[in-house]
Design a protein. Sequence first.
Length: 286
Amino acid sequence: MTSPNTPQLIASCWTSAGNVAPLSKPENSPVPIEERVDAIATTGWAGLGLAHDDLLTIRDTTGFPELRRISDQAGLGHVEVELLSSWWDDSRSHEWRPQFDLLLDAAEALDASFIKVGTAMGEGLEDYTRFVAPLQQITKEAANRGTRIALEPMAFSMVDSIPHAADLMRSVDMPECGLVVDYWHVFRHGTTHEELAQKLTVDQIFGVELNDADAEVRGTLFEDTRDHRRLCGQGDQDVTGFITTLLDIGFHGPWGVEILSNAHRALPVREALAVAHSTALSCFPN
């Protein structure tokens, strides 16, 4: 039986997706959602994340109400849905608006904690003013559907660091808009734990994603994040120090675990989930 003091871990979408990766066409998991939910629940997780293409398939097959029923029955009380991009660009609303509508429908039906959004790959911007009003608008829509918006800064994207994103959240100034703090993007951007502690406030942290990596980048930053992440505690990064920093800020979970790698995708899903859960748990301070 799980101790009440045991950290609650969330299987972020790619951790349980099986043999599929970001930018696959399509990106939906080859594992049936019922099998996926069972594997997540029986390997100790408290919740799950699902990507847009998975949600599209689920909507048209199992249905969101049935997924809500089976995930609740399995004890998976925390759900996250992702990923929306281009939301700041009205000229591309024909692309992102249908995606957002699906994410809103899924979030409402599944009682998702938040909808994860990102920005386009490229050089980090110096001025984030252009994102403030669009973030406020999609946050209002999310709040009207009972959910929140969580921006994930990515080391290879327009919003590339947690400190910059924390300042952006202060400009947006809405309690339903916050951040997903993915450790991979923290250390690959070069952000220190001290900078996190100085810039982040606990109310800004909607989600956290734990993972590890080698000291050196392999390939491009995107290739490194997609294909070469390591299990928590098995790379060269200070996962325990990162967790301790967030605990000191006041964040106490639930904690997402996002493992993306060729090695992880090659494992049977249940085995991949079990090892991702145990290694993440081992990094928490006693």
